[in-house]
Design a protein around this ligand. Structure first.
Ligand SMILES: *Cc1c(COP(=O)(O)O)cnc(C)c1O
Length: 359
């Protein structure tokens, strides 16, 4: 009998394991989860009923082509149905984008720090990550990213607004960057937080993609739309990129429940975007509260704030947890705090104030 274990691809060695946002503590004190950028509102009644109705037929496979959802999205954004590809969350679509473009010997460029899934899905593909540090203001350094392009570059992520810093790049600088990228390198504009953007200078990626065949836009139903648990996201991209995404997607990955709930959410958009508006007001309140306390916080266009706390990160995260709010620390660097329920934001602000006074 052999003692050897199954051979696994060497590329998997050293892959950082995804660290999900810590759950809110159960039992005892009230605890709020401000660690995963989720929408704190429960599902809208109409959306919940649609999902429950769809659950009645989960003995069947879903519509593999997501026909209804794709038609609805195409109409909404004024793009051909062929330009839309759906997936199991936009992370699923991002993984298909890498699988479609990059393998061993190829390079994938992204800012750092940025979304934690980028290094993982790049490494799984066998491609090499090229991380370009954010500027001192925690913004994408697009000039440095353009300079990092080589013969081997296949894909570049631009996370706009950036997770975890909340900062966004503006139209003029993004267009200048896109003009510098060779036409055979795919630029992926990850707009998971698009609906929270209020800076009019921050462009809509779907406008930028129209006359640029090497630009793909990623959107998700997980954040503003509040469907994180249902796993549905999509890309808007020209052929042949969109076609490649359909080839590489997990077959039947998006459940009928998710497809129907996504369509219902689009139809309930007024109500949903009203909730987003309330979260944006809370974001302003939290941001201004922190600034008034003396903190330096980068301008945020997303549903979270970033605090660059360096070595104090772990202590502050522990203080928050003790107060009943679970936040997302990146030890030694900083801490991301999702905008949640008013009471949760209050608890966080009080904790921040007390912590600042002790610095
Ligand atoms: C949350 C997030 C996503 C979306 O994840 P889903 O897989 O759609 O739930 C994508 N990109 C970024 C930057 C995110 O923060």
């Amino acid at each position: 009998m052999s003692e050897k274990s199954p051979k696994l691809r060497a590329e998997l060695d050293g892959i950082p394991t995804y660290k999900p946002g810590k759950p809110a503590a159960s039992g005892g004190a009230v605890a709020y989860k401000l660690s995963s950028n989720e929408n704190p509102y429960p599902p809208l009644p109409g959306v919940l009923e649609t999902a429950v109705a769809a659950a009645g037929s989960f003995n069947r496979y879903p519509d593999m082509a997501c026909t209804g959802l794709v038609a609805e999205l195409a109409e909404r954004f004024g793009v051909p149905v062929e330009h839309i590809a759906t997936g199991t969350g936009s992370v699923g679509v991002a993984q298909s984008l890498i699988q479609s473009t990059a393998g061993p010997g190829d390079e994938v460029i992204y800012a750092w720090r940025s979304f934690e899934a980028y290094p993982i899905i790049t490494q799984i593909s066998g491609a090499t990550s090229v991380r370009v540090p954010l500027t001192d203001g925690d913004v994408h350094d697009l000039d440095a990213m353009a300079e990092a392009i080589t013969e081997r570059t296949r894909l570049i992520f631009v996370c706009n607004p950036n997770n975890p810093t909340g900062t966004a790049v503006r139209r003029a600088e993004l267009e200048r960057f896109l003009d510098r990228v060779p036409s055979d390198v795919l630029v992926v504009l990850d707009e998971a937080y698009k609906e929270f953007v209020r800076d009019p200078e921050v462009p809509d990626g779907i406008e930028l993609y129209r006359d640029r065949p090497n630009v793909a836009v990623l959107r998700t139903f997980s954040k503003a739309y509040g469907l994180a648990g249902l796993r549905v996201g999509f890309a808007v991209a020209h052929e042949p990129v969109a076609a490649a995404l359909r080839k590489t997607a997990v077959p039947f990955g998006v459940s009928q429940l998710a497809q129907d709930a996504a369509v219902a959410s689009l139809r309930a958009e007024d109500e949903l975007l009203g909730r987003v508006g309330s979260l944006v007001c809370e974001r302003t309140r939290v941001y201004e509260g922190l600034v008034a306390q003396g903190w330096t916080v980068p301008d945020t266009q997303a549903n979270f704030v970033w605090m660059r706390l360096g070595e104090r990160t772990a202590d502050f995260a522990a203080a928050c947890e003790k107060a009943g709010v679970v936040v997302r620390p990146f030890p030694g660097e900083g801490l991301r705090v999702t905008i949640g329920e008013t009471e949760a934001n209050d608890l966080f602000l009080h904790t921040a104030e007390a912590f600042f006074k002790e610095l």
